[in-house]
Design a protein around this ligand. Sequence first.
Ligand code: TXA
Ligand code: MG
Length: 316
Amino acid sequence: MDTRLLTATDADLAAAGGHLRAGRLVAFPTETVYGLGAHALDDDAVGRIFEAKGRPVDNPLIVHLADAEGLERLAIPTPLALALAGRFWPGPLTVVLDARPGVPRRTTGGLDTVAVRVPDHPVAIALLREARVPVAAPSANRSGRPSPTTAAHVLADLGGRIDAVVDGGRCVIGVESTVVDARGDVPVVLREGAVTREELGVVGEHDGTAPAGSPGTRHVHYRPSCRVEVVTSDRISDRARALADAGERVGVLASGAVPTGVEALGRFAGPGELAAMLYGALRDAEDAGLDVVVVEEVPEVGVGRAVMDRLRRAAD
Ligand code: TXA
Ligand code: MG
């Protein structure tokens, strides 16, 4: 299969919307990462997502809508879900609710719940409007790999396996949406993400975290072909130098200057900047043939929680 590279023109977006309606796979940008879209109510189309990604069938998909209006047709909204949608949509918050019977169990990974979000990206919204159907979209990487934040990343993983990718430039946020169970009275965080616990009002020891997390958090994830080490800022230089002295090709992602003899993959001023560059830097490290990437730990507050969650999984 030839993967068409589309742009964010009206004509291309209309064509891409038609592809989605017809059951084909179209990758597209969101504010978090690129998604691999398919008609969420078309069982065969959804099946193609799992095939193209090599994704375990028990890992459910997030359904994307152009606006909150379509929510009632997919899920049974709760007062909490409506409040969260009002506050955070469009945006990087995904709500899990009881699913309507019309949502294929392939989309929900066999569960009776469905995850829904409205992305905050003009290209995504325009495409979803053109598609006129709900669009299931996991991150557009091969299963287990770092999520893509450019169209080139999508093509590197899925070129030849999907019908099209809409190039909308680089994703601004760089880590995925926060997934919350919104069936009860308080949001329960199933996956840390771009909307922070501080913003959700769930911080502290017994803060409404489901011990099991979302099904996806059980699987291998975010892992590049090189090793990843996470170290504190005071140890970055020594560790990078020791690895380089041992003959390894080393890359560094840190807030400060890097020692000579190691590759500078990026310099960030805080967790938000690290989020925006992390997945791309891991892919750059692979492309440069590095053996190991040393990343500076960030404090686990705000979006730092999501970043450290992804880093631990990448390093695992
Ligand atoms: O930012 C994002 O969320 C991106 C963009 C493309 O929207 N999408 C994304 O999808 O990260 P994916 O498939 O890589 O991650 C979806 C996560 C998984 O951890 C999955 O287990 C969880 O959402 N999830 C989906 N449906 C669920 C459900 N019904 N119950 C619990 N968790 C669910
Ligand atoms: Mg993913």
